[in-house]
Design a protein around this ligand. Structure first.
Ligand SMILES: [Zn+2]
Ligand SMILES: [Zn+2]
Length: 281
């Protein structure tokens, strides 16, 4: 073997290795803009945040329209759950305990589709907004994010028993997460989804330090760099406080940003409209 060529090959490989993180983020933004350009009829200006490339391509359609980011989802989770129901591809067996507490409804029984419209550049609001029952965000899986409340009050042991492995259930309509969604993030800094104020929510750890953030506000948010942005930006984290035995609440508290508009099936099952004002308002 010619060692000169081997050396040249190795330095090429090194060059590639050095460029890879930049390449990855280019790929991420390419994916995001591909997703955007699928919708040719829209006014597309600006650039989608690279984190949107993590959203499930089959379950969501994300694009820019009139200066806002539009996230359309069919509301279906892209991972296993007993709530899919037996015979479905993504069905997984519940534990015996969970089976005893599962609501009768199954994922295919609902139209869980929703559309969230948020500012291209989310901004912190002068006043925070309390979250209501129903969707407070859309996860990268496509399914809905709820807060720490059920219709009859705060999450308790009875309800929690009926949650699946990933901290979600149906009650009474769309499939939604209440707890750290383990299929998306398990004690790490992975992206989980976006809330209705346009800010992303990540796992219990922050990519900026690789550890649990210690500077969070009352909503579990702070401003720092992360895996998708070299510019510091505001984002939320799963609450790193043990709930019941070994669980973690996904989100409680107020939204810190200017809330966008949300159209979808609310907790009560009716068609909801507008969780807040227009984008940026
Ligand atoms: Zn619920
Ligand atoms: Zn963080």
């Amino acid at each position: 073997m010619n060692t000169k060529w081997l050396a040249a090959g190795m330095s090429l490989a090194l060059l590639c290795a050095c460029g890879s993180s930049e390449e990855e983020s280019n790929n991420a933004s390419n994916n995001a803009s591909n997703n955007a350009s699928n919708n040719a009829s829209n006014n597309t200006t600006g650039e989608l945040h690279p984190a949107f490339a993590e959203f499930d391509e089959d379950n969501t359609d994300i694009y820019i329209e009139d200066g806002a980011v539009v996230i359309e989802t069919n509301g279906l989770p892209n991972h296993p759950s007993p709530y899919w129901g037996e015979g479905e591809d993504l069905y997984e067996e519940p534990t015996e305990l969970m089976a005893s507490k599962m609501a009768g409804a199954r994922i295919p029984g609902f139209d869980a589709s929703a559309t969230l419209r948020i500012p291209l550049t989310p901004t912190l609001a002068d006043e925070t907004t309390a979250t209501a029952l129903g969707s407070i965000g859309i996860a990268i899986s496509g399914a809905a994010i709820f807060n720490d409340q059920e219709g009859n009050g705060p999450l308790g042991g009875g309800v929690v028993t009926g949650l699946d492995f990933t901290g979600a259930h149906i009650g009474p309509s769309v499939y939604h997460y209440h707890l750290e969604p383990l299929y998306l993030s398990d004690d790490d800094s992975s992206l989980i989804g976006v809330l209705t104020d346009g800010f992303f929510i990540y796992g219990r750890k922050c990519n900026s330090t690789g550890s649990y953030p210690t500077d969070l506000d009352a909503s579990g948010g702070h401003t720092s760099v992360n895996q998708y942005s070299t510019e510091p930006e505001y984002h939320y984290h799963v609450i790193n406080e043990i709930f019941l035995d070994d669980l973690y609440i996904l989100f409680a508290g107020d939204l810190q940003g200017n809330v966008g508009s949300f159209d979808g099936v609310e907790a009560g099952g009716g068609m909801g409209g507008g969780m807040g004002g227009p984008p940026g308002g």
